[in-house]
Design a protein around this ligand. Sequence first.
Ligand code: DAH
Length: 356
Amino acid sequence: MSLAQLEQSILAEVAKASDEAALEAVRVAALGKKGSISERMKTLGAMSPEERKEQGAALNLLKDRVAEALAARKGLLAEEALNARLAAERIDVTLPARAELKGTVHPVSQVWEEVVQIFGDLGFAVAEGPHIEDDFHNFDALNIPPEHPARQEHDTFFFNEKQDGSRMLLRTHTSPVQIRTMLAEKPPIRIIAPGRTFRCDSDMTHTPMFNQVEGLVIDEKTHLGNLKWVLHEFCKAFFEVDDVKMRFRASHFPFTEPSMEVDINCSWEGGQVKIGQGDSWLEILGSGMVHPNVIRAGGHDPDKVQGFAFGMGLDRICMLKYGIPDLRAFFEADLRWLRHYGFRAVNVPTLAGGLS
Ligand code: DAH
């Protein structure tokens, strides 16, 4: 076989190799110790010097061209392999997550979202405020002056005194968001403010950090009837019952006048609480018509606008709705508890699709 024929047959083999292993076999068959080109190299020794010079140069050129062809083919095969792998491992991230997904949504996050959905449907926006508050927003502006006994009841976490003698604090309720919203917006105002709150208190039913949701409506003609209707609609939607009886009990909060605590009816039959059935009462929230002093502190004229407010424990209504007995378990991050009481991440609560 002439060198030209040898080259042709090797290059044909290279072109035919369909994967890296086949290509390596072609390389060994040509350039390996016992390969066709190496065998020819071995015959150089028996040649005359002129012949050797000519054949040697020709063989080296052949070797180079074969090596080049091998490298080019190798690059092409690698690219094809990568493309095939990319196609095979393609993931459509728009598909729904796998059903056996292990992580769950915490019941409080679930309830938070449910509350936002329900009030959103009633035309309420979601407002926020900082966890670290000052005296003005957490107390003074809410008609709780420094000597007011309500300050003691709040078991406040204070930060160290600043140079001017004032102290920041961890907000003890979500009510300061009422003030922040009034100072920032013009009526009509219709907001809820779900969020973390903090009190130096810990037992079966109290944790140092807990969650509340505040509600605030300020408008020209808002009255107590509006408050009752909104809370009734909320309770029916939240507890997913056709009707629920409500009891508005006269109470006292510094930031509302009149103030009412609201109970809903329930039954304890079979040791389980059922909302909207039976003759027992459960307290679920505090509410009232916003005190003129609070409207003034929020930058508005109490002779021109009025409104109502309410505050609810998110953890508490979560325990009631989902039959969770111990509040402390909410914050212990026990995986078994989370798997038992948690919600599937793909089931986002909506009014149309169902809340729970
Ligand atoms: N801020 C009250 C608390 O933490 C709850 C509350 C009661 C809020 C009555 C209100 C309200 O807006 O009107 O205990």
